[in-house]
Design a protein around this ligand. Structure first.
Ligand code: SF4
Length: 314
């Protein structure tokens, strides 16, 4: 339950399912996960995104392994790494039968419609939480939460709610007012800023590719990367990028096109340069054979860079 809640933060069930299976098979108990090497856990998480979660997950497993018990109430759960208000409430209610108000995206939508909350998100959130608290029963809180989640996922869907089949239809204010499809309202989002970078794909004679590990703190912390320039608003010219950030002194050539990746708070456009290296060039990083790339903690954006280089026949 804890593992699935952490994995499902900002991520769909379909994306999480294969990762969840791998984690459970590889580290079946909390103690197993606590003892696992962080790099192995990062590698198993590669591709799932939001990598700060995996650091917190590992720290959380270690913290619980020390005390020997999993906390059961919201307050104690909130003190654990990576467990925020929603996750603490969901675990307390669903795993331990406590009365706790957990409001995920599905429940938020159901309550917004049920009570015809026309105020836009995110400003409406405190009110939605108050309404959820008022609706929450004293017992079987976990069942209530899971039923509301399922209703939101299967009937009260974002675009076309299936009100005809919904058991809440007789009491649903949005349905009565003809507002179901237009709620929840959302405040206009400002467009995502664009950052630009240039990635360096170095290929050794035997086909191995140069990777290095990112710093533990910050975006994609501790993951492997294709070295690149800093990411900034302005575009990079090859000459400037090579002089400032090339990981090896080689003959770099710019490939056509670019790689685009959307992070939560910005869009990244990466140009890709390629160079061929001698048998054993000195550099701070590792050389990985293409068939071993799957064993590396390479985030999706870096896999896209590799695929781009491959497309142009490195
Ligand atoms: S009646 Fe329609 S809008 Fe209201 S809760 Fe059910 S599916 Fe959602």
């Amino acid at each position: 339950m804890w593992l699935s809640e952490i994995m499902l933060q900002q991520t769909t069930v379909a994306a999480v399912e294969p990762y969840f299976r791998v984690f459970i098979a590889r580290w079946p108990t909390l103690a197993d996960l606590a003892q696992a090497d962080l790099n192995d856990v990062l590698t198993a998480w590669a591709g799932l995104g939001y990598y700060a979660r995996v650091h917190s997950l590992h720290k959380c497993a270690q913290a619980i392994a020390v005390t020997g018990t999993f906390p059961t109430d919201e307050k104690a759960l909130r003190r654990l790494p990576g467990i925020g208000a929603y996750t603490a409430a969901a675990i307390a209610a669903i795993a331990f039968g406590r009365r706790a108000v957990a409001v995920d995206g599905n429940i938020e939508r159901v309550i917004t419609r049920l009570c015809a909350v026309t105020e836009p998100l995110p400003t409406a959130r405190p009110r939605i939480h108050t309404l959820a608290d008022a609706l929450m029963p004293e017992s079987r809180c976990g069942d209530f939460i899971q039923a509301a989640m399922d209703l939101g996922a299967m009937l009260c869907t974002p675009r076309q709610p299936v009100c005809m089949l919904c058991p809440l239809q007789p009491v649903c204010a949005a349905h009565r007012q003809g507002l179901a499809g237009s709620l929840p309202a959302r405040a206009n989002k400002s467009p995502r800023p664009i950052r630009q970078g240039l990635a360096f794909v170095a290929v050794r004679k035997d086909g191995a590719i140069f990777l290095r590990r990112r710093p533990q703190k910050g975006l994609l912390g501790g993951m492997m990367e294709i070295p690149s320039t800093p990411w900034r608003p302005e575009s990079w010219m090859l000459k400037e990028a090579v002089s400032l950030a090339a990981p090896l002194s080689l003959f770099w050539q710019l490939l056509p096109g670019m790689v685009r990746h959307v992070f939560t708070h910005f869009q990244l456009d990466l140009k890709v340069a390629i160079a061929h290296a001698g048998p054993d060039p000195a550099a701070h990083g590792i050389w990985i054979a293409p068939e071993q790339m799957g064993e590396q903690a390479l985030p999706s954006v870096m896999r896209k860079v590799l695929a781009h280089a491959l497309r142009y026949g490195y």
